[in-house]
Design a protein around this ligand. Structure first.
Ligand code: ADP
Length: 514
């Protein structure tokens, strides 16, 4: 315990013998398809990782749930695995950072810690009718002005309302203060601290549609609009802050939780996008482009979201974000749904075996379309199939769809006045060199891949390290970033234009309303 007090109670790193001076940071990365724990060195390299997938539950078309107990069990297991490795290495842990799938909504009983329903996942579209009702009633402009978001089922607010209205007795219990709402970070911290802390950070809060991003507080008008009782809500902190101490009875040792950020915000931090104008794009289950806009909260005219990149020492840095719901998930669908590939990695050689896309386009709107279309009722479609179309063309179309969707986001962000002249990429998909090169070709900007592509977990570790004094400033983090490879655009102009025209046609035919 003394060690943690030394490491986390002051800004100077504790130096007290070889082991004490060389602590690791435990990063918990609770993602959409798996829970992961990683141990990071001060220089941003990772020394241990444990990962466990968990069940995706699809109760109806467009609905996606997770079992909170499975989220917790897998998280606990991976944490224990890497903590055992740290012990084997004789290395102490300075602090915990947490990053998580955002918007995913859990409501639990404050007494028992048990969730009252499965978590409703960010991809879930069940609240589309409520969003439409609110939009038709003319509320969207006010919602955007306060929260930076659009009236879409993606965000937590309408999911909270759905749970309160559909789980028997939930609303009455919420009003009596018996229940707690949280995004996954909040739920994990509650469990890690044995119910001592009901907290979240500003980046997770800003995705709930209940949080005013300009005033940095829960918004009473939003709570009234969505009929959400204040008693449900966690306390909102900076991203690097004291989030409580993980109980020794839970992890086997008491460890301070010092950093929290939603996954895309953490990735931006891991990519050290600290300057106004820096942009990163992350490719996991979905794809998320985030552009740092400094201390200005810019309202998009093109349906991009305004979001909080991070808040440190009470100072908020804003970003513009575009979210695509299906990126790597299209590859998973090829593997698990269609069975035309046996591993995600195969798609690289399959796509490069073909000299062109054979006119095949996949619009993977499996759970509707995100930015810039925001069409929750659209569903996926494949175009251009012939008798010759085989698995290779499908693999290529899936990878290309990721590039075209990113291009749509870039076009929208550029129309808002940003100058996007390079992009830093990360996430599980970017190991795929064909994807990275095609992205550069389609976007027509250089693409930079860092050595450490686990930027989400790294960002959470950086936040924890800032809070506990391993790092003194953001400059310490910036000097850690190293390029692995740059991909330069190299596509013939006419070919590019033809490919883009094919995509535009496919999008037009997929939208639910023309
Ligand atoms: P998340 O954090 O959202 O769970 P990850 O960042 O771990 O996702 O990335 C996993 C996703 O990347 C999966 O959807 C998988 O299909 C995809 N993926 C992993 N490796 C490759 C690859 N070599 N080529 C294409 N897609 C890949």
């Amino acid at each position: 315990m003394l060690l943690f007090q030394l490491l986390c109670g002051e800004k100077e790193p504790a130096i007290n013998g070889e082991t004490m001076s060389n602590p690791l940071i435990l990063s918990i990365d609770q993602g959409t398809t798996s829970s992961r724990a990683m141990l990071f060195e001060k220089d941003g390299s990772s020394v241990a990782v444990a990962q466990q997938e968990f069940t995706q539950i699809y109760p109806q078309s467009g609905w996606v749930e997770h079992d909170p107990e499975e989220i917790w069990d897998t998280t606990l297991k991976v944490c224990k695995d890497v903590l055992a490795k740290a012990k084997d290495m004789g290395r102490p842990i300075a602090a915990i950072g947490i990053t998580n799938q955002r918007e995913t909504t859990v409501i639990w009983d404050r007494q028992t810690g048990k969730a009252i329903h499965n978590a409703i996942v960010w991809q879930d579209r069940r609240t589309a009718p409520l969003c439409k009702e609110l939009k038709d009633a003319g509320h969207e402009a006010a919602v955007t002005a306060k929260t930076g978001l659009l009236l879409d089922p993606y965000f937590s607010g309408t999911k909270v309302a759905w749970l309160l209205d559909n789980v028997s007795g939930a609303r009455a219990r919420a009003e009596k203060g018996e229940l707690a709402f949280g995004t996954i970070d909040s739920f994990l911290i509650w469990r890690l601290t044995n119910g001592a802390e009901h907290v979240t950070d500003t980046t997770n809060a800003c995705r709930t549609m209940l949080f005013n991003i300009h005033e940095n507080s829960w918004d009473e008008d939003q709570l009234t609009l969505l009929n959400v009782p204040q008693q449900l809500l966690p306390e909102v902190k900076d991203c690097a802050a004291d989030f409580g101490t993980a109980d020794a009875a839970v992890l086997g040792e008491a460890l301070p939780i010092c950093g929290v950020a939603g996954d895309q915000h953490a990735a931006s931090i891991g990519q050290v996008c600290f300057e106004d104008g820096m942009v990163k794009s992350t490719y996991g289950t979905g794809c998320f482009v985030m552009l740092n806009t400094g201390d200005k909260a810019i309202t998009s005219k093109n349906k991009m979201l305004t979001t909080i990149a991070y808040r440190l020492n009470g100072k908020t840095t804003y970003a513009i974000e575009g979210s695509i719901f299906v990126a790597g998930a299209a590859i998973q669908w090829l593997r698990d749904g269609l069975g035309v590939i046996s591993s995600a990695e195969e798609t690289e050689s399959m796509a490069s075996d073909l000299s062109d896309n054979q006119g095949v386009y996949l619009v993977p709107a499996f759970t509707g379309m995100g930015a810039p279309y925001w069409d929750p009722d659209a569903r996926g479609a494949l175009f251009g199939l012939t008798r010759d179309t085989g698995p290779k063309a499908l693999a290529r179309a899936a990878l290309e769809s990721v590039c075209f969707q990113t291009m749509d986001l870039f076009d929208a962000i550029k129309s808002d006045g940003a100058n996007l002249d390079t992009v830093r990429i990360d996430g599980g998909m970017v190991k795929n060199n064909w994807l990275a090169q095609t992205l550069a070709n389609i976007l027509d900007v250089p693409v930079q891949r860092p050595m450490q592509t686990e930027t989400t977990a790294l960002g959470a570790a950086y936040l924890a390290g800032l809070q506990c004094g391993i790092y003194q400033s953001l400059d310490d983090l910036t000097s850690n970033w190293q390029q692995d490879q740059a991909f330069t655009p190299g596509m013939d102009k006419a070919d590019r234009e033809q490919a883009i025209a094919g995509w535009a046609n496919a999008i037009k035919r997929t939208r639910s309303t023309l």
